[in-house]
Design a protein around this ligand. Structure first.
Ligand SMILES: Cc1cc2nc3c(=O)[nH]c(=O)nc-3n(C[C@H](O)[C@H](O)[C@H](O)COP(=O)(O)OP(=O)(O)OC[C@H]3O[C@@H](n4cnc5c(N)ncnc54)[C@H](O)[C@@H]3O)c2cc1C
Length: 508
């Protein structure tokens, strides 16, 4: 049977382009269809964090996207009379990147599209809409129509990713319901070019108010964003011209001397999740599978994380290293994570809309020294893991990314030294000295590599070593009492010597 590509990507927004980069970097072929000829110019998402940046790093794009982003300084909730209710700093995280970046989505997406263009085996058809699909035991056939010429086509792939956004026609065609609610309030989103500085422009500010809370955000590359709810009785038509929009900014003390408004749009927020994310060989990815309010800045990031999670799993299945049932762990792992960020977003929204008393807001602040949920390092609540991912277990946690030195003396970020496969790491011990023959055979079959993590004051013994120059990696392993860990391509710990080092089981 012949295929046009390993994977068909339906929709080329953040989810689609993330999948194209991940699949392309793994050497898989992909064919993407996007109905819009040009990149969507409305800036929607405003932020990415260190987890997402680490994913961009894994496909060699972190440096290029950072050129069109700025690190986020802090986040504060302020009442209209100037009282600061809560402030969140962005402390340096452990994943090897700043914990928050302010972005300008169209520029970031363009960099990601340029990145996917590096791969000859990734083909992108712009201005081509997917009109339907059917699947059988071996693959998916995707039907398309050129939006301008009307020319129709059919393409066959082993799997298809529905990255076609919140109103996904693919989801509808599969008969998958989107459960949840759309919130009644309509928001106007105003994007502007900065002409001069104003006090605290760099601090992401939620102007908290019952009637008219405002989100006030510095975006990347000299852009600024305000998100403002329409008042009862107001409609989109009341803000059809710049003259009608300007009073909203003027009421916040922003004048024509400060910014030029360059676009605005209207949105309703949703709290929705597809009842299932998989139908045979077709997967819902990003907004096609879930929608959340923007308060945690996690909608687009969840779309990108979905795409990367599924891509490495498809790689393993197509290579015949792991059974097809690995693909069921996509939803098992990503759904609880998306639900977690949705809950965080809803909670933050309550503060912005002053649905909580000041005492209740104060109670949401974490104890000193602890991070709020929004800044928790990534974790898995279940999935392709050996042993329960409890809070005190290393299993299910994401490995930090310190700077290390390879055994040949080159300083590198951990991930750049580890590559994109499975890796077993031993704290001062070779994993090979700890694994049983069966356990080793299991990881060998996955092409795993085995590395000893050395303290900088010890003498190296061989080539399969990393020097933990700042001691951060070994400190992290010891915090969880782990001596050897098995790390997945996405840098989550799949197994440790505490719960057994055999490859996690899968049905089939
Ligand atoms: C106001 C606002 C603020 C936000 N802020 C943030 C934030 O700070 N951080 C964050 O992470 N997220 C944020 N989000 C959410 C974020 O924008 C989305 O989650 C993200 O764009 C989802 O990406 P996606 O690729 O899944 O879907 P989309 O971006 O919707 O892309 C889907 C693509 O599929 C194409 N398509 C659809 N149907 C077809 C078809 N039949 N054939 C071919 N192509 C098709 C569409 O043209 C589109 O390009 C915000 C959203 C809004 C509305």
């Amino acid at each position: 049977m012949t295929y046009d590509a390993d994977v068909a990507i339906i929709g080329y927004g953040p989810a689609g382009v993330a999948a194209a980069n991940a699949l392309g970097s793994y050497g898989l072929s992909a064919i993407a269809f996007e109905r819009d000829k040009d990149l969507y110019q409305r800036a929607r998402a405003v932020t990415v964090n260190d987890w997402t940046m680490r994913l961009f790093q894994s496909v060699g794009l972190d440096a290029t996207v950072k050129e069109v982003m700025d690190p986020t300084y802090a986040l504060r909730w302020v009442t209209y009379d100037g009282q600061e209710i809560l402030r969140l700093g962005f402390p340096p995280g452990e994943l090897g990147h700043a914990t928050g970046y302010s972005i300008y989505q169209p520029l970031m997406e363009q960099r990601l599209r340029d990145g996917a263009a590096r791969f000859d085996q990734v083909r992108v058809h712009l201005g081509v809409a997917v009109t339907g699909l059917e699947q059988d035991a071996d693959g998916v056939t995707v039907h398309t129509r050129d939006v301008e010429t009307g020319v129709e086509g059919s393409y066959r792939a082993r799997y298809a990713l529905a990255c076609d956004g919140g109103s996904s026609k693919t989801r509808a065609a599969l008969g998958i319901k989107m459960l949840g609610d759309t919130l009644g309030v309509r928001w106007i989103i105003i994007d502007a070019k900065v002409k001069r500085w104003w006090p605290n422009r760099h601090i992401l500010t939620f102007w908290s108010d019952k009637e008219r809370p405002v989100v006030d955000i510095a975006l990347g590359v000299g852009n600024h964003r305000w998100e403002i709810p329409l008042a009862p009785g107001e409609t989109d038509a009341d803000f059809a011209t710049p003259e009608q929009v300007w009073p909203l900014l003027e009421s916040l003390g922003v004048s024509h001397d400060d910014v030029d408004i360059h676009q605005w749009a209207f949105y309703n927020h949703h709290i929705r999740m597809a009842e299932r994310w998989r139908d045979g060989r077709v997967f819902l990815v990003g907004d096609a599978g879930h929608l959340m309010p923007p308060w945690a800045g996690a909608g687009m990031q969840s779309a990108i994380r979905d795409a990367f999670d599924l891509s490495w799993k498809i790689r393993e299945v197509l290579a015949g290293r792991l059974p097809e049932t690995l693909l069921d762990t996509y939803e098992a792992e990503r759904r609880p994570n998306v639900a977690f960020y949705t809950e965080v977003a809803v909670g933050l929204g309550k503060i912005i809309k002053q649905e909580l008393t000041l005492e209740e807001v104060a109670a949401t602040a974490p104890p000193p020294g602890e991070l709020p949920p929004l800044l928790w390092p990534p974790f898995l609540a279940g999935g392709w893991l050996r042993g329960a991912p409890t809070p005190d277990s290393v299993v299910g946690k994401m490995l930090p990314q310190p700077t290390v030195v390879t055994s040949r003396g080159t300083m590198a970020r951990l991930d750049d030294a580890l590559g994109t496969g499975f890796v077993l790491l031993g704290d001062g011990v070779s994993p090979l000295d700890v694994l049983t023959a069966d356990e080793k055979a299991g990881w060998d079959a996955l092409g795993a590599s085995y590395l000893t993590v050395r303290a900088p004051d010890t003498h190296g013994e061989g080539h399969d070593e990393l020097v933990d120059i700042d001691g951060n990696l070994t400190a992290w392993l010891r915090r969880f009492g782990a001596r050897v860990v098995a790390v997945r391509p996405d840098r989550f710990v799949a197994a440790s010597d505490q719960h057994g080092l055999a490859v996690p089981e899968l049905a089939g």
